[in-house]
Design a protein around this ligand. Structure first.
Ligand code: OOG
Ligand code: MG
Length: 263
C-alpha cells in the first residue's frame, strides 16, 4: 500500500477516537486527496460499527444540507446522510453535557417515524404513506474536524456531523407540512427562525431523498426508524447553561438544557 492510499479502517478508528475523546482531528481529504465519496460512506459504516460493537443500536438516519441556509453556512451543496443510534437521543426537556462534545451546534428540524420500510426510488405520496408520526426535533451536530471545517467527503465519513438529537411529542402526520413556521429560542430569545419550506420545499421530500441515498449504500429505512429531515435554518453554536426551545407551527415544541453555568 502506498503512503497516501486511504486505509478505511484506520480512518474510521481515528474518527471514532476523536468523537469519544471530544478532541478534534484533521480532515481526511488533507492527507488523502483521493478519498472518494464511496470511501466516505464506507468509513461512516465502519465508524458506526464501532458503536454497535459497544452496544448501541441504529434507530434511524439524519439528512443534511437539505436547506439552502445550511449549504451556505457550511459551503457544501450536496445532500448527505448519516446514521442515528439510540445513545444519541436525549429526552425532551433533558440535559446535554457540553463536555462530551468539541464545538456543538444545534439545528431546528422535523422528525418522522416510519411505519413501513422505504428503499430506493419512492414518490412523495409513497413516502408520506410510510410516515407513522411526526415531531418537532433538534439535532446537535459536532464536527470532529478542527474549526468545523471540512469538504463533502470529510463530513460524510464523520457521520455527517451528527452527535445527538432530541424529539418532541409524536403527532399524527399533518397532510401539508410544506410551510410551517419554526422558531428556535435560546433563553427565550429567538436565534433562528424559518419555515419547513426551506427543507427541500417540503420535509417529506427529504424522506424521499433519504430512501434513495440510503439504498445506494444497501440500506432500507425500517419501520420504527426515525428520520431527521435536515435543518430549516443555519445551525447555532451552543454554550454552557443555555436553554433551547423549538416551536414548530401546528406540530409542537421540543426543549433542551445545556449543562453548566453561562460564561
Ligand atoms: C453537516 C450536517 C448538516 C443539516 O441538518 O443540514 C445537517 C454540518 O453542517 O456539519 O445536519
Ligand atoms: Mg441536521
Amino acid at each position: 500500500m502506498t503512503n497516501n492510499q486511504p486505509d478505511l479502517d484506520r480512518i474510521a478508528a481515528r474518527l471514532d477516537a476523536a468523537a469519544t475523546a471530544a478532541r478534534a482531528t484533521g480532515q481526511i481529504t488533507a492527507d488523502h486527496p483521493d478519498f472518494t465519496l464511496d470511501d466516505a460512506y464506507d468509513v461512516q459504516r465502519r465508524l458506526i460499527d464501532h458503536r454497535v460493537a459497544r452496544g448501541e443500536a441504529i434507530v434511524g438516519v439524519k439528512m443534511g444540507f437539505t436547506s439552502r441556509a445550511k449549504m451556505e453556512q457550511m459551503g457544501v451543496s450536496d445532500l448527505i446522510w448519516g446514521r442515528l443510534t439510540d445513545a444519541m437521543q436525549i429526552a425532551d426537556g433533558g440535559t446535554l453535557a457540553m463536555d462530551r462534545f468539541i464545538h456543538p451546534r444545534i439545528e431546528p428540524e422535523i422528525a418522522f417515524r416510519l411505519k413501513k420500510p422505504l428503499a430506493g426510488h419512492v414518490t412523495l405520496d409513497e413516502a408520506f404513506a410510510a410516515i407513522d408520526a411526526i415531531a418537532p426535533a433538534m439535532e446537535i451536530i459536532d464536527s470532529r474536524y478542527a474549526d468545523f471545517r471540512f469538504a463533502l467527503n470529510d463530513v460524510v465519513a464523520d457521520n455527517s456531523s451528527s452527535s445527538a438529537f432530541v424529539i418532541g411529542q409524536w403527532q399524527v402526520p399533518l397532510a401539508d407540512l410544506s410551510d410551517l413556521v419554526m422558531v428556535m429560542n435560546f433563553d427565550g430569545e429567538p436565534v433562528q427562525s424559518g419555515s419547513t419550506a426551506a427543507i427541500l420545499g417540503n420535509p417529506v421530500q427529504s424522506l424521499v431523498e433519504a430512501a434513495r441515498l440510503a439504498a445506494l449504500s444497501g440500506l432500507t429505512l425500517e419501520p420504527g426508524w426515525i428520520i431527521l429531515c435536515g435543518a430549516a435554518t443555519s445551525a447555532e453554536a451552543l454554550h454552557p447553561g443555555v436553554h433551547v426551545r423549538l416551536d414548530a407551527e401546528a406540530i409542537g415544541r421540543v426543549e433542551l438544557h445545556v449543562a453548566g453555568k453561562a460564561a
